[in-house]
Design a protein around this ligand. Structure first.
Ligand code: NAD
Length: 261
């Protein structure tokens, strides 16, 4: 019996990196998983990987910033499964720039994906979660950059700080016995995914398949000297999604190998 056996989960940004690991882990633990992303080829591959291991998964194309698509996505989840128990707002982008160098267009783009996208995930997901009367768990992926400032990533930090307090607010709105929907944020440290390919030169060795220069890692401030893996984050999300965390809501799980210590 899996840790989220029989539950229905929706994961945004599930075609790559952390989102793919979250979707695969929830699928492995018995959830029926709906994956959404912009990247259809890779999203279909992740869903097929879950099915090949005996799980149940459905991939749907989605830009999380497009409000009109949200009722269609949630409608499809309802038609197919009739309920939604786990909602993971994971899709996100990082745009590197100094404050003075950043264009308003890039600022807004990052806000749109990282903040509007998370808002729309909650706005459209919660009503279906309420329908079963059995409660549920929402996990919003923030960052250590949502807990402190980041030079060169000020816009990103602003979005992730917003996600942190949005998660707490959703937790308070949905905490009543009638809803019983929990909501928590997860704050990854430095995780080896493609998001790092967009980072400045000094951080590029952080990619999973590149040789890792310990000096780069140390410079990035990871006390253990190790980068995290998407699975490290997925394991934390699984805990928050499962009944093992039933008394945890409005909280934040920092998975950063001590960066914030
Ligand atoms: P990634 O770039 O590897 O994957 C992100 C996925 O989101 C991609 O599949 C992409 O297509 C999808 N996506 C992007 N914009 C989208 C949109 N508008 N609509 C739907 N899907 C969209 O990134 P990742 O490292 O796996 O990051 C996942 C989350 O974790 C993000 O919210 C990111 O900010 C956060 N995070 C990552 C790190 C890290 O070190 N990798 C650290 C802290 C937080």
């Amino acid at each position: 019996m899996g840790q989220v056996q029989g539950k229905v989960a929706l994961v945004t940004g599930a075609a790559a990196g952390i989102g793919a690991a979250i979707a695969s882990t929830l699928g492995r633990e018995g959830a029926r998983v709906v994956l959404t992303d912009l990247d259809d080829r890779r999203g279909e591959d992740v869903a097929a990987g879950i099915r090949n291991k005996g799980g149940e998964a459905l991939y749907l194309h989605q830009d999380v910033t497009e409000e009109a698509r949200w009722p269609e996505i949630i409608g499809e989840v309802e038609r197919r499964y009739g309920r939604l128990d786990i909602l993971v707002a994971n899709a996100g982008i990082a745009i590197i720039s100094t404050v003075t160098g950043m264009s308003l267009a890039d600022w807004r783009k990052q806000m749109a994906v990282n903040v509007d996208g998370v808002f729309l995930t909650a706005k459209y997901g919660i009503p279906l979660m309420r329908q079963s009367g059995e409660g549920g768990s929402i996990v919003m992926i923030s960052s250590v950059a949502g807990l402190r400032g980041s030079a060169g990533l000020a816009g990103y930090s602003a979005t992730k700080g917003a996600v942190r307090l949005f998660a707490k607010s959703v937790a308070l709105e949905c905490a009543g016995a009638r809803d019983n929907i929990r909501c928590n944020s997860v704050h990854p440290g430095i995780i080896a995914t493609e998001i790092w390919e967009k980072m400045p030169v000094g951080a590029q060795d952080a990619r999973a398949n590149a040789p890792i220069d310990p000096q780069v890692v140390a410079a990035a401030g990871v006390p253990t000297g190790k980068l995290g893996t998407p699975q490290d984050i997925a394991d934390g999300v699984l805990f928050l999604a499962s009944d093992a965390s039933q008394y945890i809501t409005g909280s934040e799980l920092v998975i950063d190998a001590g960066m914030m210590a």
